[in-house]
Design a binder for this molecule. Sequence first.
Ligand code: AMP
Length: 396
Amino acid sequence: MKFIDLGLDQRILDGIDAMGYETATPVQQQVMVPILEGKDIIAAAQTGTGKTAAFLLPLLHRLLTSEHTAGDINALIIVPTRELAIQIAESIEGLSYFTDVSSIAVYGGGNGSSFVTEKKALTSGVDIVVCTPGRMIAHLNMGYVKLKGLKYLVLDEADRMLDMGFNDDIAKIITYLPVQRQNLLFSATMPAKMRVLAKKILQHPIEINIAISKPPEQIIQKAFMVYEAQKVPVIIDMLSSNRYTKVIVFCSKKANVKQLASKLLHAKLAVAEIHSDLDQKSREQFLQDFRNQKTNILVATDILSRGIDIDDIDLVINFDVPNDGEDYIHRIGRTARAATSGTAFTLVGEKEQSKFAEIEELLGAPVIKGIVPDMFGPTPTYAPRANNARKFTRKR
Ligand code: AMP
């Protein structure tokens, strides 16, 4: 499904384009329409499935096109941790870049000056507030938070909030909200206590359950921590070993596909490229050459990660970390088809570490970290949390 088919406001479509999203992920396909229709939803969806944009996009559309209370908080997104608050605030910033929607992340652990900035925004009104429960209550207790015009409430990672003991805090925050509002609840799991919470908050919700696929067990997965400049030499080394007869290298952007394919050709490797700039005939020809082993390396965007029938691929390399956990599973699932074994390598750049950590979370286990040969020089250590700088967003 293309985002344009949903009738989203052009300014949001521009934001989606700038973020590099081309098609909607499965969770987005299922939840965006009911949210646009104003329904309450309860969705079982994990991190890495694109769930944040799944609720932000229709929310932004409704803020831009439906009744809107200026000078009040219109949407409240409650999340368990400050990391998630920052991440969501950054997604809002990106997706709403071409709009005048304002937002702020409100979370604990900062200094006095961030409290003052938050107070100012909560007093004068801001379209979207992303908050952790404790910090929001600290502000609510002071009596200046403008919530009378609130129209949308989102609870994200609700199961984690319950595990962290935020049940009473959430209930307290809700007492400050108008009764008439749209409620969206996202949770990775649906334990019985979630049903109790959902019953209290949601009205005739639509239930959505996105079962995440798991990669086949016979795939050997390895991740290599590298600096960006090391990616090309490392990949050339991997491909020059002659151990692999059919290899697909995935890149998230077609510009990267073109650049990498030309560098691999330069290194005298038998390469072809596949991306959406090629017409159907050329794509088919390249795929045919690959099937017939005229070429043994395909460099491709994610258009090749789903639904294309090529068997006996022995190695998949992710030149970059896929944006979405589903894409990772689809990409590596190109190998080890039909009960054979296969290998999947991922090159993880320094700035991609936190994205990779999200994928590991989705997989439910860490991926083995491979050792980059000494000849490539020092490599970064894997410390995904250290990449999460504290930041908040405020626009207008
Ligand atoms: P989330 O599950 O919300 O944490 O999203 C996981 C990652 O997928 C984030 O890095 C998003 O920017 C990315 N993402 C979300 N939607 C899409 C999409 N439609 N296409 C590509 N990437 C996406």
